[in-house]
Design a protein around this ligand. Structure first.
Ligand code: AMP
Ligand code: GLY
Length: 415
């Protein structure tokens, strides 16, 4: 089987490492890939979806797997399917669960799925009225995409109103802040829940926990994610059943009712409040870095699982009885600005660990850190403490100038 992976990050590299182990997988292509994926497959520089579909037909690609959100929201799945190709991911219409916060919130309300109370508006007056109806703290978000920086958790009414005024007046986030979403604050802990869906049915994957802040102790700015571990003992069997029954099932049913059946990975950003799961957000793809810790826990053939799901024939997923911890190594100025390229030195990759390449490029056969989140050091073990130890041992075996990483990944369960 030949497989095309869309994307260029650590998530796509981790999917590829898993596929590389499988006998049926003959060759991997990446569009566009990164400086390290070219060492485990072939990078393809085609960005137009019609051209990419032609390439897939010509190369006799059996399955295409889409990593990031943007191509999904831009309709890559619709283009491939109209060319008779197998592709794993949701249609443009189903991808609205992630692409539009307003659509997502209205969908949740319609299907009686628990989420924070909210208002989406461009009117300051309406916003202030809604703020006055909530308890503090209050969450204020810019409606557009602002790379995870558009969320203000206001301690009091005045701060919430100031945040709204700054956003609506265009001074904080430009056009992305021309509409605001105001939400009730949910006080609990977050989990990343993943389900592989075939439009009607789903199978759940190990529940992960991300670490969004840059610094130890969950301090500093929000990032794309600085580390993850799975499965999280914080997700009890009962809680998982609740997420499946009260969130995932009604979501799949609701999407069928909207004529947008959801096929692909449904990623529920869950906030657990008093043992009850609330939807913080939906994503329509694997999380990054969550994917990096979930892939090594899958026992069966991922190629078969995703191919069958893409054809509406979901199968069960076998899991290893192991834990994985992933530590993201970012470049010096992440998440503020791009950092200069730096050569990466890898001493060796000890047993029970995997080195995942994300923001890297290749120069003269060598791999360079190319800013952002550069590497993910994944450790495996029979318990979380051992997995963590293996992940950090790998961190000490890699080196590039200015590298930074958190030292406390999985602190939530290793207190
Ligand atoms: P978002 O950009 O909507 O994914 O939000 C980013 C982060 O802000 C989330 O991962 C949460 O940690 C926090 N957050 C967002 N909405 C809420 C809420 N309603 N209550 C508490 N925390 C929130
Ligand atoms: N790690 C969170 C995300 O991929 O959005």
């Amino acid at each position: 089987m030949k497989i095309l992976i869309i994307g260029s990050g650590g998530r796509e590299y981790a999917i590829a490492l898993k596929l590389k182990e499988e006998k049926k997988v003959e060759k991997l292509y990446f569009a566009p890939g990164n400086g390290a994926t070219s060492k485990i497959g072939e990078n393809v520089s085609i960005y137009d979806y019609d051209e990419l579909a032609k390439f897939a037909i010509k190369q006799e690609i059996t399955l295409t797997i889409v990593g990031p959100e943007a191509p999904l929201s831009n309709g890559i799945v619709d283009v491939f399917k109209s060319n008779g190709l197998n592709i794993f991911g949701p249609s443009k219409s189903a991808a609205r669960l992630e692409a539009s916060k307003t659509y997502m919130k209205e969908f949740l309300a319609k299907n009686n799925i628990k989420t924070a109370k909210f208002l989406n508006t461009d009117s300051k007056q309406e916003a202030f009225k809604f703020i006055d109806s909530l308890k503090t703290p209050i969450v204020v978000k810019a409606d557009g995409l602002c790379a995870g920086k558009g969320v203000v958790i206001a301690k009091d009414y005045a701060q919430a109103k100031d945040a709204v005024s700054e956003m609506l007046d265009g001074s904080s986030f430009g056009d992305a802040g021309k509409r605001v979403v105001i939400e009730e604050f949910l006080d609990g802990f977050e989990l990343s829940f993943f389900a592989i869906c075939d439009g009607k049915n789903f199978v759940s994957l190990p529940v992960a926990q991300d670490h969004k802040r840059l610094l130890d102790g969950d301090l500093g700015p929000n990032t794309g994610g600085m580390g993850a571990y799975a499965p999280s003992p914080l997700a009890s069997k009962e809680l998982i059943r609740c997420i499946e029954n009260d969130i995932v099932k009604p979501t799949l049913k609701g999407m069928q009712d909207e004529n947008a059946p959801f096929c692909g990975v449904l990623f529920v950003g869950v906030m657990v409040v008093n043992n009850e799961p609330y939807v913080l957000e939906f994503n329509v793809r694997f999380g990054d870095p969550e994917c990096e810790v979930i892939m090594p826990l899958i026992d069966g053939d991922l190629s078969e699982i995703l191919l069958n799901a893409s054809c509406g024939k979901l199968q069960d997923v076998k899991l290893k009885d192991k834990y994985a911890v992933g530590v993201v190594i970012a470049s010096k100025d992440y998440p503020y600005k791009k950092s200069p390229k730096q050569k990466i030195n890898v001493k060796n990759i000890p047993q029970n660990s995997q080195l995942i390449y994300a923001g890297v490029c290749e120069q003269n056969g060598e791999i360079y850190a190319d800013s952002g989140r550069v590497l993910v050091c994944v450790g495996l073990g029979d318990d979380i403490a051992t997995a963590k130890q293996n992940a950090y041992e790998l961190c000490q075996n890699v080196e590039f100038e200015g590298m930074q990483y958190r030292k406390d990944i999985a602190w939530q369960v290793l207190k």
